[in-house]
Design a protein around this ligand. Structure first.
Ligand SMILES: Nc1ncnc2c1ncn2[C@@H]1O[C@H](COP(=O)(O)OP(=O)(O)OP(=O)(O)O)[C@@H](O)[C@H]1O
Length: 260
């Protein structure tokens, strides 16, 4: 068996009095496509932000390529590139698409402006967007904004090998999109992994069944701060786990109570 790329061991996180992650154990292997599913408010985004290093756990350990991640959120550098595609595209409204996608290179690299623009164009083409570098986010549809944020997540500095993302984390990449736009996004996620070879490991947090079925090899169900079930994609149809059954049937009766 290959060594894990990322391991969360007994990771806990609370906000105020609410325990969001409760000694979660999770392993992500190189080359896998993992979906994290679960009801709203169950800590899926919190797990992604913890993996990305944007949130420090209250207790427990995060290992990246077998190395314990040390230090506070501010000072820590990930030993591998980890790209996060936020739920809301999280683009800067006052910057053009080019400036958004190239943001980190404009800020942190020594590359000349025209070279960064070339790289931006290349990434935009990879996500199926043509010549839109001089548009502002407000001029784009929701699906286009999401694709721009994908392009930003896969930007890399060709002079800095450590800058290449080895893992991409997608937080609800198809939320709010119509079924056809969702399919485009799901295909793009697979395309970036398989065809474009941008990054062969990813984690996708989603509620949408089509996204789970089209983008995942393995599925983890999170509820009440813990991993309640995990299995291969095909097993979501065969498992007797009552939470998985309820999640996919949308039944209001079951172990996951209706909130609100
Ligand atoms: N920075 C924060 N400060 C306070 N509470 C937070 C913070 N981030 C998350 N929470 C709370 O933690 C819980 C889990 O949030 P999280 O966004 O991780 O859930 P989720 O499973 O991704 O939800 P959804 O599917 O609705 O996006 C929620 O109750 C949320 O209000």
């Amino acid at each position: 068996m290959t060594a894990p790329l990322i391991e969360l061991k007994a990771v806990s996180k609370r906000f105020g009095s609410s325990v969001v992650l409760d000694e979660v154990n999770l392993t992500i292997f190189a080359g896998e496509a993992l979906a994290i599913i679960g009801p709203s408010g169950t800590g899926k985004s919190t797990i992604l932000r913890t993996i990305a290093g944007l949130l420090a756990p209250d207790s427990g350990e995060v290992y990246i390529k077998g190395q314990l991640r040390l230090g506070g959120v501010e000072e820590r550098a990930n030993p591998i590139g980890i790209g996060l595609v936020f739920q809301q595209a999280a683009l800067f409204d006052s910057l053009t698409v080019d400036e958004n996608v190239g943001f980190s290179l404009y800020q942190h690299s020594n590359l000349p402006r025209h070279r960064i623009q070339e790289l931006v164009r290349e990434k935009l083409e990879m996500v199926g967007l043509g010549d839109i570098g001089d548009r502002y986010p407000a001029e784009l549809s929701g699906g286009m904004r999401k694709r721009v944020s994908f392009a930003r997540a896969i930007m890399e500095d060709p002079d800095n090998a450590e800058d290449n993302p080895e893992v991409l984390l997608y937080d609800e990449p198809t939320a709010g999109l119509d079924p056809i736009a969702s399919t485009v996004m799901e295909d793009l996620i697979r395309h970036l992994q398989r065809v474009a070879g941008v990054c062969n490991t990813y984690v996708v947090v989603t509620h949408q069944e089509s996204t789970i079925r089209r983008t995942a090899d393995r599925v983890v169900l999170l509820y009440q701060g813990k991993v309640q079930w995990q299995g291969k994609l095909a097993e979501i149809d065969t498992t007797d786990n009552p939470m998985v059954r309820q999640f996919f049937s949308g039944n209001v009766e079951g172990p996951i109570p209706v909130i609100g």
